[in-house]
Unconditional design. Structure first.
Lengths: 347, 348
């Protein structure tokens, strides 16, 4: 009997930022090989990153990014994995799955290897339920449904824009927490996918993430981080707050939970602290900003929403630090670059 | 982070008895119930004497007790069926109340050992909730977990937990249409998490397995929303869904938390979904109005206690939902009567 074709084989790109090597792909080979990879090489462009044989890929280093975007390449971070969002921009596919190069295949409690990509695809292809909380989590999963009291008019759900996966082993803690609990490991397998309710923000981690480019792609900008910037390790957080405000506005869903991957590398907490330091203070202002951000009725596309948001960033967060004025500008540049590389298809 | 230990005498386990023989139920729960004081309330419609095994520290209330205490309010407030447990809440003087349906027994963990749902509820109620920002690793206060990167530090102390909603293995709390359509659908998925339901997010609270902080939200656990054809199986009621949303609005307004997830109980088969559907489907229909109402209701700044909040919600129900269906009108009146009764009983 022929095996079923890998789901969304020609509709999904796997975006991987890397600075070291791609050895981790060997473990993922059974799950990733059918798919096209977009490798975004950060750091020294003269270094050659070896891609294991048998993978279909395109690879971009800093020189490529500069050539393709010209002056607009200023919006893409350097010496930070935030550069991965360049991969989102150049992709021609509907779906993106992004994963860090220190993330491996995890096992579920029965010992079976988890096909994280397959789970993300399931999450993206079935609706979200942000308007009312289902106590049995994802009602569309096998073996579950909507509970008593859940209005029938809300049971169709909304399209899912983002699927946020989790991590076993090294948890995604900030530097202060890492310093206090250097040995804590996440060993709890929570067998749930759930929709993050409308109006609720969350910390989006870019280690194990999938999304629908058509629905939310332009909002997945990972900001200005790393070299020459006052902050790092807030790239995915920033994108997460932006996409959540926009998804809430456009009636799209964001899921979190399964799949788990195995996160193998604990980054140096002292290095992290230096990167995050300003962010830890700034997020006290940033969070209330996003929690109260509203978008106008006229913002009916992701780009319009994002540009409106960028103006609000400049206006309201510019007073916190001039960095946000730069960031707001970069957000605009990103949209220009996105639109140029992704012209709207004529009907 | 460790939660502070509470004294056993701060807890009441309130059981509404809808069946005459509680022997099996109580024996199965004995290892987890026996430390605590129990309040058992017999459904006033249930005739005869309840069978209760020995060896528990308990108070039993029957129809005559209810009539004596409630007196003239008895016209507005019905304690029949599942609502009998609210009389138990009214009588309780303890800080934490845990309530489980009498057709549920302890669930088993992956080692086959019975799960102590009581302890888990107590843990949920006595550790902070985090309603203002979602933690992707769920409960940050449980062992082996914490707040993730990107979680604002100013929100990490959390707020007090007002309500803890547990779940059910085997017979899940589905409505009659769903269970009729999928008669073999049983819940066998054990999700090892407790999470805080975010502020301003509404949820359907099932009364099958809940606990709450009586001091903080007690008055909001009320028997108000009675269907015309309300019955003695959960498929024929939505009173807990109504009450749960009242409690959520109160908690959101008073900056308290509502948790959902562990513990699980094992819910035994009872009743027939198809039969219930034939009898009662109005509850399902009414949710269409109930949910948008609770999602949009806002309370005034002067409402600083649960009692104040309930009175304001009742007034809003009367104004906005009353015209749609007499059930809502009655609910609003009952809520007001309940608060009067609550205050009267507390004053004595």
């Amino acid at each position: 009997m022929a095996a079923a074709a890998p789901p969304l084989k020609d509709e999904l790109d796997i975006v991987i930022p890397t600075i070291r090597n791609l050895d981790f792909l060997e473990m993922w080979r059974p799950f990733f090989q059918p798919y096209h990879l977009i490798i975004v090489q950060d750091g020294d462009p003269s270094k050659t990153i070896k891609v294991p044989d048998g993978f279909d890929y395109e690879l971009y280093n800093r020189n490529d990014i500069n050539k393709i975007l010209g002056p607009r390449s200023s919006c893409i971070s350097f010496k930070d994995s935030a550069c991965r969002c360049f991969g989102y921009m150049v992709s021609k596919k509907k779906y993106i799955f992004t994963i860090d190069d220190d993330c491996f295949v995890a096992n579920d409690p029965s010992g079976k290897q988890i096909n994280a990509l397959e789970q993300h695809i399931k999450n993206l292809l079935c609706p979200s339920t942000p308007l009312f909380f289902n106590t049995l989590y994802d009602p569309f999963r096998e073996g579950a449904d909507f509970v008593r009291g859940y209005p029938f008019s809300l049971r169709e759900g909304v399209p899912t824009a983002v699927s946020h996966g989790l991590w076993l082993n090294i948890p995604d803690y900030d530097a202060p927490t890492q310093l206090v609990k250097p040995h804590e490991r996440n060993s709890r397998y929570v067998d749930a996918v759930l929709t993050i309710p409308k109006g609720t923000l969350f910390p989006m981690c870019g280690m194990n993430l999938a999304f629908d480019r058509d629905l939310i792609g332009p909002a997945m900008y990972f900001g200005l981080m790393g070299d020459g910037q006052p902050i790092g390790r807030y790239d995915d957080m920033w994108a997460g707050w932006c996409i959540k405000v926009i998804c809430d506005h456009l009636g799209l869903g964001v899921k979190t939970g399964l799949p788990y991957i195995w996160h193998s590398k604990a980054s140096n907490p002292f290095v992290n602290l230096k990167k995050e330091y300003k962010g830890i203070f700034w997020q006290e202002e940033i969070i209330p900003f996003f929690q109260s951000a509203t978008l106008s009725k006229d913002s009916t596309t992701v780009q319009k929403c994002y540009l409106e948001l960028s103006k609000q960033v400049e206006e309201k967060l510019g007073k916190v630090d001039p960095y946000f004025v730069k960031l707001a500008d970069a957000m605009e540049t990103w949209i220009q670059a996105w639109d140029e590389l992704n012209p709207t298809k004529a009907n | 982070m460790s939660q502070f230990t509470i004294k056993d005498d701060e807890v009441d386990i309130v059981i509404g008895a809808l069946q005459p023989d509680l022997t099996s139920f109580m024996e199965q729960w004995r290892p987890f119930f026996s430390r605590f004081h129990l309040i058992i309330v017999q459904d006033p419609d249930l005739k005869g004497e309840l069978k209760i095994p020995e060896g528990f520290n308990l108070n039993l209330y029957t129809k005559s007790d209810i009539d004596k205490v409630v007196g003239s309010s008895s016209n507005a407030i019905s304690f029949s069926g599942y609502s009998c447990r609210y009389f138990g809440y009214l009588m309780s003087r303890n800080k934490y109340i845990i309530s489980i349906d009498d057709d549920c027994i302890p669930a088993k963990n992956s080692n086959g050992e019975p799960i102590d749902a009581i302890s888990q509820h107590i843990i949920n109620l006595t550790t902070p909730a985090t309603p203002f920002f979602f933690n992707t690793l769920y409960d940050p206060f449980c062992e082996g977990a914490d707040f993730v990167r990107g979680y604002p530090f100013s929100l990490r102390s959390g707020v007090e937990c007002g309500l803890s909603c547990g779940l059910w293995l085997n017979l899940a709390d589905y409505d009659a249409p769903t269970q009729s359509l999928k008669p073999d659908l049983k819940n066998s998925r054990y999700v090892d998490a407790v999470l805080t339901v975010p502020a301003r997010t509404m949820l359907p609270v099932s009364g099958i397995n809940i606990s709450f902080n009586n001091e903080l939200v007690g008055p909001a656990l009320l028997p108000a929303f009675r269907l015309a054809k309300e019955g003695k199986v959960r498929w024929e009621t939505v009173e807990d869904i109504w009450t749960g949303m009242c409690v959520k609005v109160v908690c959101d307004h008073l900056r308290l938390g509502v948790k959902s997830g562990l513990p699980y109980v094992w819910r035994q088969e009872r009743g027939n979904a198809v039969e219930s559907l034939k009898k009662e489907w109005e509850g399902v229909k009414l949710m269409e109005d109930v949910v948008p109402f609770f999602q949009s209701v806002r309370l005034s700044e002067s409402a600083v206690t649960a009692e104040d909040c309930v009175v304001e919600i009742a007034s809003s129900v009367k104004e906005h939902l009353g015209p749609l269906n007499p059930t809502f009108d009655r609910a609003a009146e009952t809520m007001v009567e309940w608060i009067k009764l609550w205050k009267r009983v507390r004053a004595n």
